[in-house]
Design a protein around this ligand. Structure first.
Ligand code: ZN
Ligand code: FE
Ligand code: FE
Ligand code: FE
Length: 252
């Protein structure tokens, strides 16, 4: 690719990467929606598909605001032919992994848990990309670009949090007890064990929250740990303890 001389060039590169990511997500989501069994999960993914289409348009706006890429123009017609499209290989890989797991033979409940896992990998990649691009835009004083990127970043956080709620309030539990569904309601593990598991699954979320939130009281046994303090997503799945008043302070 062309040489990048300053932060604005790098920002453009990140934007084009995100553009490719969003395009790929728009293509991939219908199959995830198709494979999902839980109606709430289906609806949420469907909604995020519409949101994602709007995000792609927002990136068009961003690119327009940033003006033409002078480096690219200097290189002549070849870069005009091939330089326009940049593929996000990371998103390609994440989505390939998702397709691979969805092709496995599994019960509907486990399928839903797997789809959420894949979808959250997608969201976390986007959160990284948009967070970085937003910060670059802020540094460059591109206020309008910064605002547009922040809007999308907020939406990605929202999607991610919604998936966490879905997983931890019902879908993970359903997947857990799928083996002996006869004793589904009585055969669950203790809640402490469940929390441990989901903490592993949601590690990046927990890292983010840990830094954005206050700490819970130490030595509080099963309810201690960073995940329980911030954000709305804990509310539905946890019956007691661990809440702080820090509220949601995501991503700013
Ligand atoms: Zn590149
Ligand atoms: Fe997106
Ligand atoms: Fe990428
Ligand atoms: Fe997204």
């Amino acid at each position: 690719m062309e040489k990048m001389n300053d932060l604005k060039d790098l920002l453009r590169h990140e934007i084009e990467d995100l553009y490719s990511a969003e395009e790929q997500i728009i293509e991939a989501l219908p199959m995830m929606i198709d494979n999902a069994n839980n109606q709430t999960l289906k609806n949420s993914l469907n909604e995020h598909l519409e949101v994602t289409k709007a995000q792609k348009k927002r990136l068009d706006q961003v690119l327009k605001l940033m003006g033409p890429n002078e480096n690219k123009n200097r290189k002549g017609f070849l870069s005009g032919l091939f330089g326009g499209k940049q593929e996000c290989k990371a998103m390609k890989g994440i989505l390939e992994e998702g397709n691979k797991i969805m092709a496995e033979d599994m019960s509907p409940e486990v399928m839903d848990a797997a789809i959420i896992a894949s979808a959250q990998k997608v969201e976390h990649y986007e959160i990284c990309g948009y967070g970085t691009a937003r910060s670059f835009a802020r540094e460059l004083g591109l206020t309008k670009v910064q605002d547009l990127l922040q809007q999308t970043l907020d939406e990605e956080y929202e999607a991610d949090n919604l998936l966490t709620v879905l997983a931890e309030s019902s879908i993970n539990q359903e997947a857990e007890s799928t083996e002996d569904s006869a004793s589904a309601s009585s055969g669950r593990k203790s809640s402490g064990e469940r929390v441990t598991r989901s903490e592993k699954q949601m590690e990046p979320v927990s890292n983010r929250r840990a830094s954005a939130s206050g700490k819970t009281s130490p030595g509080n046994g099963k309810n201690s740990g960073p995940r329980k303090s911030a954000g709305s997503s804990e509310r539905t799945s946890r019956s007691s303890g661990g809440r702080s008043s820090s509220g949601s302070s995501r991503g700013r």
